[in-house]
Design a protein around this ligand. Structure first.
Ligand SMILES: Nc1ncnc2c1ncn2[C@@H]1O[C@H](COP(=O)(O)OP(=O)(O)OP(=O)(O)O)[C@@H](O)[C@H]1O
Length: 672
């Protein structure tokens, strides 16, 4: 686990600077949502043990490992669908930071019932033995003092390490948990990292807290759909990062809610803010905000908070009354294709939705020949009841393309509903897609659910990662596509449905068919037109794409990229494609700050490590490496490593030193 601090640094670099992290810790410990004052850990743990004893659990007891039944778990997942869908991607990012450290990431509901886990296979086996699996409850009442249950009881981030656990059976664990609050400050769940106590690392808690806050911000962005959401911070470069404050107001200016960082910056508790308005908090009527966004190219707003502190602010996706004029990311809507493509080119964020709305085939056509051919083909089939299958590596823009297909189709006024088959637990896919009737399974909630297929009626349905759909559901999906009828779970009635279908996958469906993992009849129904999005490394329009990203993410500031960095970008192989590029650019822009030029020192270490070999290759005199004309950069890199290894008698450390890269990079390049 020794490299968790590097991972921590990497994540915090993604999210903001070290200052921000320190500030975040201050925010978290200030507990603006909860009301619990800071209590020294040992007192808190003593109290938790007293509570546990009060529940009558003997310390030596074998805990209750029985998970909920499948149907009841489905119901819990359904009840926590919002939490789960916002937490799942954050959990993946968190897991990437702690991968191979014998830890697992756990999400529970408000009662400590596990609804989702991600973890290292070896630890998962051990974890199974103490039932860290979906459907098992880790409340204090059930397992005594443990980070999840105690975080819920204390409404505060909690570390429970080794013999601080109440039950003897759990003392081999170390757990760091943070409660997740909803927009009104109520605990809705817990995010936790649990591992073997020998692998304890003091930075884990900070990672968990930051991740919980990311989930809270996303819950916040998804709530109050019609509200005016103001992002603000005293430093403009923090807008768009985890540290920005967000507050929402009714169109009349009444305060509705604020994110955790928003509350901290406003310096008032939620209860006191309920009596406030935009004007009492920022000294301007809300109409002034509207007027600002009616101007041709509104930049950031400067506002003075009631406390006297000046902040920079912007509104995402502001809907102005009496006009269809909309703003994305606080920039004026620019009528030319370039501006819209710039918006389309940005990475996932709270502005993702507004950017998606701007996505269109024309805007995605940024000069790469292969993409141009794809777009030409798509234009010919749009609106003709032909299923489209998009293939391509992760992050190549499959979902953005599906949205663009919808936006350019005659169905554009209808809904665009995207379902990621890989991110929904298998038990939930069926009800998520097909819906269910009242009482379809034990204790099902009063009102049924119409399901995603019917939600897309009259519009487009996008099934991402279709290769991850379980076989039994593939048969059901095929029936729906053939009969154009949906029968919700527990219902005997079929409902007619009319959707345009686009699917995407980064797996080879033909290979899956050969292994009987994918139905061939469904495949032939889905592949009316198959298009492949090229990986970023093969695209010839990288310069244009980067220019657009700089424009879209610069918040009105014109950033440039130093020529040597641009050269590195051209030779890098971008395994995460657009997703990696947009994240890197966003971080680099924050790091560059007032410099406005992205240079080497603004780039994350892992990226620099990855490109170090490329730099060495570029600097090598021509002819020094005898390679054929068709050799790729990777071939040259590999050859260079082999030559250097031979020169250093196979010593990896010496080779890494000589080439200026880490030992890990050498291993990774040799055994990809
Ligand atoms: N042409 C593009 N220009 C700039 N950014 C893009 C482009 N295409 C996609 N992006 C951005 O890259 C990120 C990933 O895109 P998207 O989710 O569409 O990829 P994907 O192929 O569906 O990924 P996955 O397979 O992992 O689901 C998004 O933030 C998106 O806005």
């Amino acid at each position: 686990m020794q490299d968790i601090s590097d991972k921590h640094a990497a994540l915090s670099a993604q999210l903001g600077t070290r200052d921000q992290l320190v500030r975040l810790r201050a925010i978290a410990s200030k507990e603006t949502h909860g009301t619990v004052p800071a209590i020294p850990d040992n007192i808190m743990i003593e109290q938790a043990h007293e509570r546990s004893a009060g529940y009558g659990i003997p310390k030596s007891a074998t805990p209750d490992y029985n998970p909920l039944g499948r149907a009841d778990l489905t119901l819990v997942l359904e009840q926590n669908r919002m939490l789960h869908s916002h937490a799942a991607p954050v959990m993946e990012t968190l897991y990437e930071q702690i991968i191979n450290t014998h830890n697992m990431v756990i999400l529970t509901d408000v009662h400590g019932l596990i609804i989702h886990t991600l973890g290292d296979a070896d630890f998962l086996e051990k974890a199974d033995r103490v039932a860290l699996t979906p459907g098992v409850t880790w409340s204090e009442q059930s397992k005594g003092t443990n980070a999840i249950g105690t975080a819920i009881a204390e409404k505060a981030p909690t570390i429970i390490h080794a013999d601080q656990h109440y039950l003897d059976a759990n003392r081999f664990l170390t757990c760091s948990a943070a409660p997740i609050f909803d927009v009104m400050g109520n605990v809705v769940g817990v995010l936790d990292v649990t591992g073997d106590q020998r692998n304890f690392h003091k930075h884990t808690m900070a990672l968990v807290r930051m991740s919980a806050q990311m989930i809270e911000n996303q819950l916040f962005a998804a709530a109050y759909q019609d509200a005016i959401k103001l992002s603000f911070h005293s430093r403009p470069e923090f807008l768009g990062t985890l540290m920005e404050g967000i507050a929402s107001f009714t169109p009349g200016g009444r305060f509705l809610s604020a994110s955790r960082s928003g509350l901290f910056q406003l310096g008032l508790p939620m209860s006191a803010l309920q009596t406030h308005t935009f004007s009492s908090l920022f000294g301007l009527p809300i109409s002034a905000l509207m007027d600002h966004y009616r101007t041709a190219s509104p930049g950031l707003l400067e506002l003075c908070m009631h406390s006297g502190v000046r902040v920079y602010a912007k509104c995402s996706d502001l809907r102005l009354p009496n006009t269809s004029f909309q703003h994305a990311s606080g920039n004026a809507r620019q009528p030319d294709a370039a501006a819209a493509a710039a918006a389309a080119a940005s990475a996932p964020s709270s502005h993702e939705q507004s950017k998606a709305r701007l996505s269109s085939l024309r805007y995605l056509n940024t000069g790469d020949e292969h993409v141009a051919v794809v777009i030409d083909k798509l234009k010919k089939v749009i609106g003709r009841d032909i299923s489209i299958l998009i293939t391509g590596e992760t992050g190549t823009g499959k979902e953005l393309l599906a949205q663009a297909i919808h936006n350019d189709s005659p169905r554009k006024a209808g809904p665009f509903v995207a379902v990621n088959c890989a991110s929904i637990p298998e038990t939930l896919i069926e009800s998520e897609l097909f819906g269910y009737e009242d009482g379809a399974f034990t204790g099902a909630r009063k009102k049924g659910s119409i399901g995603k297929i019917l939600q897309a009626n009259g519009g487009s349905l996008f099934l991402d990662e279709i290769g991850d759909m379980p076989l039994n559901l593939q048969a059901r999906l095929l029936r729906v596509l053939q009969e154009r009828m949906v029968t919700p779970l527990g219902s005997s009635k079929s409902i007619p449905v009319n959707v345009a279908l686009t699917c995407a996958t980064n797996r080879n469906l033909r290979d899956m068919i050969a292994r009987n993992e994918f139905r061939d009849d469904l495949y032939y129904r889905l592949n009316g037109l198959v298009v492949r999005l090229p990986p970023l490394r093969d695209r010839t329009d990288l310069d244009v794409v980067i220019e657009k990203l700089l424009a879209a993410e610069g918040n009105g500031i014109h950033f440039t990229i130093a020529p040597e960095i641009m050269q590195l970008f051209r030779v890098h192989n971008w395994p995460g494609n657009f997703r990696q590029l947009t994240n890197l650019m966003r971080t680099a822009m924050v790091m560059a700050g007032a410099d406005h030029e992205i240079r080497m020192e603004h780039l994350p270490d892992d990226f620099l490590d990855d490109v170090a070999l490329a730099v060495a290759v570029l600097e090598k005199p021509a002819g020094a490496l005898a390679m054929s004309d068709t050799a790729t950069l990777e071939d040259v890199e590999l050859s260079m490593i082999q030559q250097s290894l031979a020169a250093h008698d196979g010593n990896v450390s010496a080779t890494a030193r000589a080439l200026g890269v880490s030992r890990n990079t050498i291993y990774r390049k040799i055994h990809p």
